[in-house]
Design a protein around this ligand. Structure first.
Ligand code: EPZ
Length: 419
C-alpha cells in the first residue's frame, strides 16, 4: 500500500490543468453499449475507476481501446456475449450499475450484481429499479444479482423521489430505445447529466430538458456511433481552488466556470480572491480565511463532493462555520482524521460545527474515501510538520497524479510505500 508524505506550510503558486470528469466519463462509457457501432470518447481521465469500468465492459466482450496518453477511449459493443454479472469486478465500483439501463435497453435482459454500500452511505438503487419497472421491466433481486428483463421497454412517466444522479443517468439510457415517450420528473441537473445527454443526442437519441428537473425522451429505433469530448472535472477543479484559497495563489485552467458557481460564491464568502478569465479561474489566499456556512444540495446547490475539502479550509478559518451534509448519511469520516491534526470540529447528526484554530499539525492520518482523502491533502498542505496519508488508493480513484500537479505548484509531497 502507498501513502502520501506532505511537508506543510509551503506557499503554492502557479497553474494547473484539469483532467476530464470521472463522473461524466463513466456514464458515457455505459451509454456506448447502446449501439453496435464504434464510439470515440475523448478527454477520458486515466483513473483507476475508468480502468475498472473498462475491464467490466471487456468481461462482456465489449471491445475497448484506451490510449491513456491521449485520454481517448474507443468502445465497440458489437458482440456483447453475456450479462455483466461478474460480481468480482462489478462489485469494485458502483458505477458498473450504470450499464444496467443500456444493456436492458439494447438486449431486453441483463443480470448485474447489486452494488453494495460504501463508507459514505448505504447507496441504495431503489430509484433506479422503480424507474426500470415504470418502463415495463420485470425485476428480481436474489443472491446479490439484479435480474432485469423486458421484451420491449415502453416509455412512461417517472417521478424520482430524490434527484439521484445515477438513477437519472440509468433511466435516460433505458428510455432512449424504448417505445414512445418517457418523462423523468425531479431529475438530477448535474453538468454530468447534460454531458451524457449531449453524447446520446450525437448518437441519434431524442432528448430534451437535460440540465433541468424534467427530462423528456422519445424512443428511437436504433442509435449510431459518435465521438464526444468529456467535460472537465468540476470537483478536481474545486479541490485545487480550495488549495489556492488555503495556501497561496493557483490558476486552474480548462474549467467551465458555470459549473463552479457554488464553489466560487462560497470561497468569496471566506475572503478568498477569485478571478475568472475565459476557461481559467485564479484563486488566491488574501491572508485571512473567514468561516461561513455550507449546506450540500443537489446541483446547482453546493456539491457534496466538495464538502470534505471545504471543511479542511474552514479548520483554519476565523470564527465558526456550520456544514450541513444533506446528500449522504455518513460523509463526515474525515472529521476524526482532522481532529488528529488539531482541528476543532463537533458533529451533531448531519451537521458539523467547525471552530477555526490557529494551526494544524502534521501526523499519520488515513483516507477513508475519495473526497475525504482530498480533504486530508488540503489539511496536510496547511499543517505544520509532516502529514502522512495512508490508503491513498481512495484518492487515486478520482485524481490523476495529484501529487505531480501539487509539486508543480510548489508543494512538498511524495508518494511512498507504506510499510
Ligand atoms: C454520483 O453518485 C457521483 N458518482 C457521486 O460522486 C456524487 O457524490 C453523487 O452523484 C451526488 O452528487 C458518480 O457519478 C459515479 P445519487 P450517485 O444517486 O449517482 C440516494 C465521487 O466522490 N439514493 O445522486 O450514486 C443515495 O443514497 C462520488 O466522485 C437513493 O436513496 O449519487 C444518496 O443519499 C461520491 N436511492 C443520494 O440519493 C437511489 O436509487 C444521492 O445519490 C439512488 C440514490
Amino acid at each position: 500500500m502507498e501513502k502520501f508524505v506532505i511537508e506543510g506550510l509551503k506557499k503554492l503558486s502557479g497553474e494547473v490543468s484539469i483532467s476530464g470528469s470521472k463522473n461524466s466519463a463513466l456514464p458515457i462509457m455505459a451509454a456506448a453499449l447502446l449501439t453496435d457501432e464504434e464510439c470515440v470518447i475523448k478527454n477520458v481521465p486515466a483513473l483507476r475507476d475508468i480502468l475498472i469500468m473498462e475491464d467490466i465492459l471487456n468481461t462482456i466482450s465489449v471491445k475497448t481501446d484506451f490510449s491513456q496518453k491521449n485520454n481517448i477511449m474507443r468502445i465497440k459493443a458489437d458482440n456483447i456475449t453475456s450479462d455483466s454479472d461478474d460480481s468480482e469486478l462489478t462489485g469494485k465500483i458502483r458505477a458498473s450499475f450504470l450499464t444496467a439501463g443500456s444493456l436492458l435497453s439494447r438486449f431486453g435482459r441483463t443480470r448485474i450484481s447489486m452494488p453494495g454500500g460504501c463508507s459514505i452511505g448505504t447507496r441504495p438503487v431503489d430509484l433506479h429499479l422503480k424507474g426500470f419497472s415504470k418502463l415495463g421491466a420485470e425485476i428480481s433481486n436474489e443472491f446479490g444479482i439484479v435480474d432485469l428483463k423486458s421484451k420491449k421497454l415502453k416509455g412512461g412517466e417517472i417521478y424520482l423521489d430524490f434527484p439521484s444522479v445515477g438513477a437519472t443517468e440509468n433511466l435516460i439510457m433505458a428510455a432512449v430505445l424504448a417505445e414512445g415517450r418517457t418523462t423523468i420528473s425531479n431529475a438530477a441537473m448535474e453538468p454530468e447529466i447534460t454531458d451524457l445527454c449531449s453524447f446520446l443526442r450525437k448518437m441519434g437519441a431524442d432528448i430534451s430538458g437535460a440540465g433541468t428537473d424534467t427530462i423528456k425522451i422519445t424512443g428511437v429505433k436504433r442509435l449510431h456511433g459518435a465521438s464526444h469530448s468529456v467535460i472537465p472535472d468540476r470537483i478536481e477543479a474545486g479541490t485545487f481552488m480550495i488549495a489556492g484559497a488555503a495556501c497561496g495563489k493557483i490558476t486552474i485552467n480548462n474549467v467551465i466556470p458555470e459549473h463552479l458557481r457554488p464553489i466560487v460564491s462560497k470561497l468569496r464568502e471566506t475572503g478568498a480572491l477569485v478571478v475568472e478569465k475565459g476557461s481559467s479561474i485564479t484563486v488566491e489566499n488574501t491572508g485571512e480565511i473567514k468561516n461561513t456556512d455550507i449546506k450540500t444540495m443537489p446541483h446547482p446547490g453546493f456539491p457534496t463532493d466538495m464538502q470534505p475539502q471545504f471543511m479542511s479550509l474552514m479548520t483554519l478559518g476565523k470564527g465558526t462555520g456550520v456544514i450541513k451534509e444533506t446528500i449522504f448519511e455518513n460523509r463526515f469520516l474525515h472529521v476524526g482524521e482532522l481532529h488528529r491534526m488539531g482541528a476543532d470540529i463537533k458533529t451533531e447528526g448531519n451537521s458539523a460545527i467547525i471552530r477555526g484554530v490557529k494551526r494544524l499539525t502534521g501526523t499519520r492520518v488515513k483516507a477513508t474515501d475519495l473526497r475525504a482523502g482530498a480533504a486530508l491533502i488540503i489539511a496536510g498542505l496547511c499543517a505544520e510538520g509532516i502529514t502522512e496519508i495512508s490508503n491513498i488508493f481512495h484518492i487515486e480513484r478520482g485524481y490523476y497524479r495529484i501529487e505531480d500537479k501539487l509539486i508543480s505548484l510548489g508543494a512538498n509531497i511524495k508518494k511512498e510505500l507504506n510499510h
